[in-house]
Design a protein around this ligand. Structure first.
Ligand SMILES: [Ca+2]
Ligand SMILES: [Ca+2]
Length: 190
């Protein structure tokens, strides 16, 4: 009787391990499929970011926008931008991110407003590209983020990380980055 029990338990073991290979093993082994992800992938790692170029740049300021980004559940989007070539004497960085169709200036300007909630939570972090030293970060759950930082830490290359603390959060987003060679006000003007 004891031998029969051992054989049975081994058979059950083989069965379950076979199921794991074919089913649940695949689910946990790789990235979750996300067909809507953006064309800037892969950029899940700070060592392999999406390189951004300034859309416009002059002696006073430079600007870049990503219109068509998408955050999939649980992923990171890393971006890198070079600053030194701008030749600025001072560096004032402004980063904006908008989830879905959220407007930067909100209802006061007649722009779409997202309901605050974990499904709209986003975090942006900015790092020095050379040392990976964290510089500024912000988290919001209403889909509107606006960060600013300044100083010599912003004079070379910068890394930006976009992610969500909500593991299931998934949405399109827009990102804009500007660097100014002066200290300026940043206000909503409808
Ligand atoms: Ca993405
Ligand atoms: Ca990514």
């Amino acid at each position: 009787m004891r031998q029969a029990a051992i054989v049975l338990s081994m058979a059950a073991c083989d069965l379950s391990s076979g199921d794991g290979d074919a089913g649940s093993g695949d689910d946990t082994g790789g990235a979750v499929a996300c067909p809507l992800n953006d064309a800037w992938e892969p950029n899940d790692d700070p060592e392999d970011p999406t390189d951004m170029n300034w859309d416009s740049a002059d002696k006073a300021s430079a600007w870049h926008e990503v219109h068509d980004a998408y955050l999939c559940p649980g992923e990171d989007d890393w971006y890198r931008i070079e600053v030194a070539d701008l030749g600025y004497t001072v560096h004032y960085l402004y980063v904006r991110a908008l989830v879905k169709d959220a407007g930067l200036c909100g209802a006061a300007c007649g722009e779409p407003v997202l309901a605050a909630g974990p499904e709209n939570a986003m975090t942006i972090e900015v790092y020095r590209a050379d040392t990976h030293e964290p510089l500024i970060a912000q988290t919001a759950d209403d889909g509107v983020l606006a960060l600013a930082g300044s100083g010599d830490d912003y004079a070379d290359g910068l890394l930006l990380r976009v992610h969500s603390d909500t593991p299931t959060a998934e949405y399109p987003y827009r990102l804009s980055i500007s660097m100014r060679n002066y200290e300026g006000e940043d206000e909503c003007e409808c």
